[in-house]
Write a protein that binds this ligand. Structure first.
Ligand code: NAP
Length: 292
């Protein structure tokens, strides 16, 4: 039987996630902080970068497709934001070095890394999924975050900045027909928890955001079960949250140094039920699976 108090304190409703030391200064992000946001040429990463830049931060944009990245950079420059962009594939350690060095050369420091770049696979029973697709999802979502974090850590530690991971509902409970994505997002919890214990007391901020369904960029693609990129199928089972609201909540996490945040009511329910009644949650998940 679990003691009740850690359960309460590890709870978004009571505590809005775990807190580290809170930044009292509301202008914190305006003080020339430099952010690297992986996968920020579109979607959630782009919106996080946009809102940070609006607040006066310096942002380093990233993605693999240079044309898309350049278009995004132009939109930031047109808005007179402090932004630069560097292409790079996050599972590749050499590319991670290149991204970090570029940020350092442009702005002289790196305060925060937001590990946002990610890919998902189309819903599929595990036995029909190509092992290469599973590997690709792990490579980008897990090793991409690991490589970027290892490379950025000495620099963000120097600034007492922070490192945030973008996870998902699938990082709270393994979703049916999404084994690869769930495995990858749960691994980020282990990474964030280890890092917080290793480095949290040194003044570094570590956070992990469990997003639910977010309005997708029209260009969003996912891997099909054979490894081809296809357009993201529409969510039919839940209302997606506007991307600007999600980005603003993510920035609030950083400003208030919140360790874990579950973004939607569904996420909060998942989280509670997993702790209080895993049996009931499993029954609900089985019912949802039957209807998909
Ligand atoms: N959308 C949702 O409902 C939702 C829900 C929960 C969690 N999330 C998580 O939120 C994050 C962003 O999702 P999103 O919906 O905004 O995705 P998205 O629209 O597909 O954007 C992904 C971004 O990552 C870049 N990227 C992909 N692979 C990369 C790689 N190997 N190296 C560097 N950049 C890479 C993409 O650009 P290139 O293709 O040019 O590289 C793009 O800029 C992901 O981690 C996702 O798992 C999303």
């Amino acid at each position: 039987m679990q003691p009740i108090y850690p359960l309460l304190f590890d709870t978004p409703i009571f505590f809005k996630g775990f807190r580290g030391s809170v930044n009292d200064d509301n202008n914190y992000l305006k003080m020339g902080k430099v952010f690297i946001i992986t996968g920020s040429s579109q979607g959630i990463g782009r919106e996080i970068a946009w809102q940070l830049a609006q607040k006066g931060a310096y942002v380093v944009l990233n993605g693999r497709n240079t044309k898309k990245l350049e278009e995004t950079l132009h939109s930031f420059q047109n808005a007179q934001f402090n932004a630069c962009a560097i292409s790079g594939d996050v599972p590749n350690p050499n590319d991670c070095e290149k991204i970090i060095s570029y940020g350092l050369n442009e702005y002289g420091r790196i305060d925060y890394l937001i590990n946002n770049a990610g890919i998902s696979a189309e819903l599929s029973p595990l036995e029909l999924l190509s092992p290469d697709v599973f590997k690709k999802v792990i490579d980008i979502n897990v090793l991409g975050s690991v490589n970027m974090t290892i490379t950025a850590l000495p620099h963000i530690q120097k600034q007492k900045g922070g490192n945030l991971f973008i996870s998902s509902l699938a990082g709270i409970y393994g979703l049916p027909k999404a084994a690869a994505y769930s495995t990858s997002k749960m691994a980020l919890t282990a990474l964030a928890e280890s890092l917080k214990l290793e480095l949290g007391s040194s003044g570094l901020y570590i956070g992990i955001a469990y997003l639910a369904f977010v309005e997708n960029d029209k260009r969003k693609v996912v891997l099909n079960k054979d490894g081809k990129l296809i357009s993201q199928p529409k969510f039919s089972f839940s209302k997606a949250k506007p991307v600007d609201e999600v980005a603003s909540e993510i920035i609030n996490m950083i400003e208030n140094r919140i360790f874990k945040n579950h973004f939607s009511l569904v996420g909060k329910i998942f989280y509670f039920m997993k702790r209080l009644s895993p049996w009931l949650l499993e029954k609900i998940m089985l019912m949802i699976n039957k209807n998909r």
